[in-house]
Design a protein around this ligand. Structure first.
Ligand SMILES: NC(=O)c1ccc[n+]([C@@H]2O[C@H](COP(=O)([O-])OP(=O)(O)OC[C@H]3O[C@@H](n4cnc5c(N)ncnc54)[C@H](O)[C@@H]3O)[C@@H](O)[C@H]2O)c1
Ligand SMILES: [Zn+2]
Ligand SMILES: [Zn+2]
Length: 405
């Protein structure tokens, strides 16, 4: 008997609403579940009724068939929910709490977690350090684009909102705390953004726009966002960013027109491995373009924040090298300029509490910046298609009717 509608990846370009089992305090076998995780007991977990769960560019890599995600994988790593059951080992999280779930699943007990590196927890994914809900190679924890979801290590992972009514009122902003707001902020922060900094952010998708909001919050002097999607660039301009259209040529030249110099202090890659080329090459995929261009246009001694995702297996890669995540990076240039690089999953827990306060105290308008758009769970397949075409929107699924506006 079905008790939990969810969104699953079926085949390239196809996602479906499927019936899945209601979660238990044990990880059962299913699509993408690592054999070593089958039967894993989760007494430290909580079961949530989903309040909001967002579609992400990271999901799109799987849905486009650009990863080794198996058919039937239940998607969804951006989750906000109401706690409706807690396991026997949960002490502090209570039924009725409204919580934000960091997309990284982490144990709170390993060396990396103790150093707040929750994106590379050692204990939750038997394949490799780092885990997430509803994601290929991430251990098999079931995704949260569903009515209900199990969240392990609940006392450690879940960020409780102080007030239920306030949380539901600001839910379209707060739902961005599970991933893109901390991720974008981390991109800006790890690129060294501070008061007066000049910043170039490649990509005006939700992560790039969140990085722009993050850079503004950190006090940047100039925030320049690049993309080839005019609708998304207009979205960036709507909250005070400068923009460059990379289909018109090298961003370096357009940056010079804005700043008077062709370089910035801080570079952010919010694109990842499905990057398109610049100028006349913008019709083609050119996976190393953003990294090479950021090395070129970031001042010597600067830093690159690289939230954009790079994979270890890409069946659709442009050549054999790209198919195993090997790209033609001009590292000599980065080395010569003493650039620093920060890659990997954003350790959400490092930032989510403070960014929550910034939202609750009306210091940022992240939902508006990314054009958060609430839709029913049944409308997810259409939203995936629209997002894939480059809609300047961040889709927020509303599976249980909590979102009223
Ligand atoms: N590190 C993390 O923890 C983390 C978390 C969330 C998302 N991500 C990754 O961040 C990236 C962005 O996510 P999103 O949801 O905004 O995705 P998205 O696909 O909506 O946005 C990517 C944008 O990049 C643009 N683009 C393509 N080539 C470009 C180029 N050469 N220069 C400038 N822009 C270019 C595209 O037109 C698109 O608008 C993805 O790779 C996603 O997987 C990483
Ligand atoms: Zn995401
Ligand atoms: Zn850990």
């Amino acid at each position: 008997m079905s008790t939990n509608s969810a969104i699953a990846y079926k085949s390239p370009g196809v996602v479906e609403v499927v019936d899945t089992p209601y979660p238990e305090f044990e990880l059962r076998d299913g699509p993408g579940v690592n054999p070593a995780n089958i039967g894993r007991k989760v007494p430290h977990g909580a079961i949530l009724r989903t309040v909001a769960t967002n579609i992400c560019g990271s999901d799109q890599h799987m849905v486009r068939g650009r990863t080794t995600a198996p058919a039937g994988l239940v998607l969804g790593h951006e989750i906000t929910g109401e706690v409706i059951e807690v396991g026997s080992d949960v002490e502090f999280i209570k039924v009725g709490d409204i919580v934000s779930v960091p997309f990284n699943i982490s144990c709170g007990r390993c060396r990396n977690c103790k150093e707040r590196k929750t994106g590379i927890c050692l204990n939750v994914n038997p394949d490799r350090p780092g885990s997430a809900y509803g994601y290929v190679d991430m251990g098999g924890w079931v995704g949260g684009q569903a009515e209900y979801v199990l969240t392990p290590y609940a006392d450690w992972n879940l960020l409780k909102f102080p007030d239920r009514d306030q949380a539901l009122e600001k839910i379209l902003d707060l739902t961005m705390l599970s991933d893109i707001f901390p991720t974008g902020f981390h991109g800006a922060y790890s690129a060294g953004v501070g008061p007066g900094s000049t910043v170039y952010i490649a990509g005006a998708g939700p992560v790039g726009l969140a990085a722009a909001v993050g850079a503004q919050l950190l006090g940047a002097g100039a925030v320049i966002v690049g993309d080839l999607n005019e609708e998304r660039l207009a979205q960036a301009r709507s909250f005070g960013c400068e923009t460059v259209d990379v289909s018109k040529g090298d961003p370096r030249d357009q940056i010079e027109q804005i700043l008077g110099v062709p370089e910035v202090e801080c570079g952010v890659d919010a694109v990842g491995f499905e990057a398109r080329g610049h100028g006349a090459d913008s019709a083609q995929e050119a996976p190393a373009t953003v990294l090479n261009s950021l090395m070129d246009l970031t001042e010597a001694g600067g830093a690159l924040g690289i939230p954009g995702l790079y994979v270890t297996g890409d069946p659709g890669g442009i050549d054999e090298a790209a198919q195993v995540g090997s790209l033609s990076i001009r590292l000599g240039l980065g080395w010569a300029k003493s650039l620093s690089f920060a890659t990997g999953q954003c350790p959400v827990m490092k930032y989510n509490r403070h960014l929550m306060q910034a939202i609750l105290q009306d210091k940022v308008q992240i939902a508006k910046a990314v054009s958060a758009t609430a839709i029913a769970l049944e409308d997810a397949p259409a939203a995936y298609a629209e997002f894939d075409k480059g809609a300047a929107k961040k889709f927020v699924l509303n599976p249980n009717g909590y979102i009223k506006n």
